[in-house]
Design a binder for this molecule. Structure first.
Ligand SMILES: Cc1cc2nc3c(=O)[nH]c(=O)nc-3n(C[C@H](O)[C@H](O)[C@H](O)COP(=O)(O)O)c2cc1C
Length: 191
C-alpha cells in the first residue's frame, strides 16, 4: 500500500514512515547509532530541560535488553540489531519540581530519532509492549527519577516473507488514520 495525502505541500517523509516488523539483523555502525541520538538531542523541550534518556543494547547486550519486551513483540523485534529504551526524567533537574512536560518532550525526541533513521535508510518500531520494571533493571535506571516510556527496535528493514504467517499479513503500512476533523478544531468547541 502507498500512503497518500491530498495536501501536496506535505513532506513525503511523514507518509513514508511506518512501523515494520521485519528487520535484518545487520549491525549498525557506532556513527549511525550516535547520529540517531544526535537528532534526538536537538529536539525542543520545556525550559530546554531535555528530559529524555536513552539506554540502548546491541551485540552481546542485545539478549539482555530483549528480556524487557513482552513476548508478542519479541516474536519480531528480536531480530532488530538495536534496541533502545526511552526514559523520561520525572523532575526538573535543578529545581526538583515535577516536569509535567517530560513525557511530551521525550515523544518529540523519539520522533526526531525516528525520522533521522528514515533519512539514513533505517526503520524504527516503537513498543509500549514492554515490562517497565525489567526495563529499569536491564538499563539500571532509577525508577524514582525516571519513567520508562517506550522501547524502540531499530535496524534495516527486512523482507515481509521472513516473518511468521500471522505477522506477514500485517506487514504493510497502515493507512488507518483519523480524519483531520477528529483531531483539530478551529476555535472553541461548540456548546
Ligand atoms: C508509544 C508507542 C507504542 C507502541 N507499541 C507497540 C507495540 O507494543 N507493539 C507493536 O507492534 N507496535 C507498537 N506501536 C506501533 C503502532 O502500533 C503504530 O505506530 C501505529 O499502528 C501506526 O502505524 P505506523 O507506525 O506503521 O504508521 C507503538 C507505537 C508507539 C508510538
Amino acid at each position: 500500500m502507498t500512503r497518500t495525502s491530498p495536501y501536496t505541500k506535505l513532506d513525503p517523509q511523514f507518509l513514508y514512515r511506518w512501523s515494520p516488523r521485519s528487520f535484518l539483523s545487520d549491525p549498525l555502525s557506532d556513527e549511525d547509532i550516535m547520529t540517531l541520538f544526535e537528532a534526538a538531542r536537538w529536539a525542543p523541550s520545556c525550559y530546554n530541560e531535555q528530559p529524555w534518556f536513552f539506554v540502548y543494547g546491541r551485540g552481546d547486550r542485545l539478549s539482555e535488553f530483549q528480556t524487557a519486551l513482552v513476548d508478542g513483540n519479541r516474536k519480531w523485534a528480536d531480530k532488530a540489531p538495536l534496541l533502545i529504551l526511552v526514559f523520561a526524567r520525572n523532575d526538573f533537574e535543578e529545581r526538583g519540581n515535577p516536569n509535567h512536560w517530560a513525557q511530551f518532550d521525550s515523544g518529540s525526541a523519539w520522533m526526531s530519532l525516528c525520522l533521522q533513521a528514515q533519512k539514513m535508510g533505517l526503520v524504527c518500531h516503537a513498543m509500549g509492549g514492554f515490562k517497565k520494571d525489567r526495563a529499569h533493571e536491564v538499563a539500571n535506571v532509577n525508577e524514582d527519577k525516571f519513567t520508562a516510556m517506550c522501547a524502540i527496535a531499530v535496524g534495516k528493514q527486512g523482507p515481509a516473507e521472513s516473518l511468521d504467517d500471522d505477522l506477514k499479513e500485517r506487514e504493510d503500512p497502515s493507512n488507518d488514520r483519523r480524519p483531520l476533523a477528529d483531531i483539530v478544531h478551529e476555535g472553541p468547541l461548540p456548546g
